[in-house]
Design a protein around this ligand. Structure first.
Ligand code: SAH
Length: 261
């Protein structure tokens, strides 16, 4: 490890879901002290702009040509920059350890003897739900939460504890589900969830252009299609969604089957 002494600390920082005010003070301090910021697509410009003038910015997300910097290349870039003595901030949307591959990057840094720290962020589930007026838990309605990826690498949501979801005591939050929305809603119904189970999709949560579609798991695919929701969008499924009309506090649009909330 001796040849590695001198490598700078890499800070893996969660930028939160979008609203720049949801960045932590620690994340803010790390950005202010950065020589170089390596950032993902979901990091808002307002947060990037907190970096001092002269800070290098490296984009590691999916560009307009859909080319994504491969994970190996991101990993190697972090190591190279840190060995060059630059203070690196690896800025990720939400929380780095929730569907953010932050742990893979941390493993790579650890394997290469690079010092690192994790600065957690507000994950999309808590940010989007709060700004949509949906409590993720509520006494008497939901006592647990499942965060699941809708990317369905293995073809289904088979690992979800459906028994608990069926009892209605669990809120299901699905990240990255938009592309598979029909299959997901079909699987929810096939797994025994009543078709009338309340569901919401929140697009651009916490940002001024946030939109929320309220529906049921049966009608959600059509409703989301009709409103042309795009990524980033997050699904929240369960009885807590019905609390939203009374808990609206953030102005952007909420659209129900019958019109606006
Ligand atoms: N590490 C991130 C998640 C990255 S996966 C976190 O903790 O939030 C990317 C997915 O997160 C998106 O496909 C979407 O489902 C969700 N997401 C992130 N930001 C969002 C936002 N502002 N509004 C809605 N969904 C968001």
């Amino acid at each position: 490890m001796s040849q590695l002494s001198g490598a700078s600390l890499v800070s893996l920082v969660g930028a939160g879901p979008g609203d720049p005010e949801l960045l932590t003070l620690k994340g803010y301090a790390r950005i202010q002290g950065a020589d170089v910021v390596v950032y993902d697509r979901l990091v808002s410009t307002a947060i990037l702009d907190l970096a001092p003038p002269g800070t290098s910015r490296i984009f590691a997300g999916k560009a307009a040509n859909h080319h994504r910097m491969p994970q190996d290349e991101i990993n190697d870039t972090l190591v190279r920059l840190a060995r060059g003595g630059r203070r690196v901030v690896r800025l990720k949307g939400g929380d780095p350890f929730i569907f953010g591959r932050g742990s893979e990057e941390a493993q790579h840094l650890a394997r290469n003897g690079i010092p690192f720290e994790i600065v957690p962020g507000i994950t999309a589930a808590s940010g989007c739900a709060a700004y949509a007026g949906i409590p993720l838990t509520h006494r008497g309605i939901s006592e647990s939460i499942i965060f699941v990826t809708g990317q369905l690498r293995d073809g289904s949501l088979a690992h979800v504890d459906w028994e608990s979801v069926r009892r209605g005591a669990t809120t299901l939050v699905i990240y990255m589900g938009l592309a598979n929305i029909e299959r997901i809603c079909r699987e929810l119904i096939d797994s025994g969830l009543p078709p009338a189970t309340p569901a919401a999709v929140i697009e651009n949560g916490t940002l001024p252009d946030q939109r929320t579609v309220h529906a049921t798991i049966a009608s959600l695919p059509d409703r989301v299609g009709a409103e042309s929701l795009r990524a980033p969008s997050l699904f929240v499924i369960g009885g807590v969604v019905d609390l939203a009309p009374a808990l609206q506090w953030f102005a952007p649009a909420a659209i129900t089957e019958s019109g606006r909330l």
